[in-house]
Design a protein around this ligand. Sequence first.
Ligand code: K2U
Ligand code: NI
Length: 183
Amino acid sequence: MITMKDIVREGHPALRKKSKEVVMPPSEEEVKTLKKMLEFLKNSQDDELCEKYKLRPGVGLAAPQLGITKRMIAVHFEDFNGKKYSYGLFNPKIISHSVEQAYLAAGEGCLSVDRPIEGYVPRYARITVKATDIEGNEIKLRLKDYAAIVMQHEIDHLNGVMFYDHINEDNPFHAPSNARAIE
Ligand code: K2U
Ligand code: NI
């Protein structure tokens, strides 16, 4: 199982690289890795396992955070309306997005960043993502608000982008005029 020792931290080159597309169909090892990433997120949200293995709770994980520069991500969370999202995705791509932006009022964190970084992270409020799921199906996801934020955080990792790259340096709590706060 994946634990925190497997997650690379700031300064690791994988976090600043553009990850490579996974050639379809994925290898057994790539499928196994993606399943382990999803399992980590589920474990990290289980109080007992979290405590037992000293996990940091996570709602998303990208392969570069394991030092694997391949375009693979996992997400596992419930949005603020209680809608559940649980996906392992190969080669996720944002194919369209809103002009309107959104940001988490509480800011963002990252399992690869062992320090709190304050500030708003402006992102697209709505996105459409196409990807191949763990079973090999080509899927299209239309996401908004929290789900859109999580997905963009993870896809950023595949492009070597960290959440704090989006924070306004002069005024970290500057909200762009067309951006909506997600509480
Ligand atoms: O990619 C990662 O490091 C996982 C992040 C994803 C994330 C952070 C902030 C906003 C959207 C996505 C971790 O999930 S950070 C820890 C966390 C745990 C529960 C809820 C929000 C953030
Ligand atoms: Ni992160």
